[in-house]
Design a protein around this ligand. Structure first.
Ligand SMILES: [Zn+2]
Length: 94
């Protein structure tokens, strides 16, 4: 059985849910952190915006999902929280 509320997922930025029909989705964690570490340097990155329930295709597992996007202050990268593979996938800045 998969725990439905694992606060360590996505650095605690999102909660993971399963809909009645079993489809995974995310919601913003109301007590999530304001800063998460850069995956390459460990440098703290301050979060600018968080959007949940955004339809997207995961760059890591290629599944369609209702995931979440995170943007950061002073950093062009974004992170995609995938409800399918449950990874926080970093995206190169535009
Ligand atoms: Zn994925």
């Amino acid at each position: 059985m998969i725990p439905l509320h694992d606060s360590t997922l996505y650095h605690g930025l999102f909660r993971w849910h399963a809909d009645m029909d079993g489809r995974p989705r995310l919601s913003r964690h109301e007590a999530g952190p304001e800063i998460i570490p850069c995956p390459t340097t460990g440098r703290p990155l301050r979060i600018a915006t968080i959007e949940a329930n955004t339809a997207a295709i995961c760059p890591a597992c290629a599944n369609h999902g209702q995931g979440g996007f995170v943007s950061f202050e002073g950093d062009l990268r974004m992170a995609y929280a995938c409800p399918q593979c449950r990874e926080l996938v970093w995206l190169a800045g535009a």
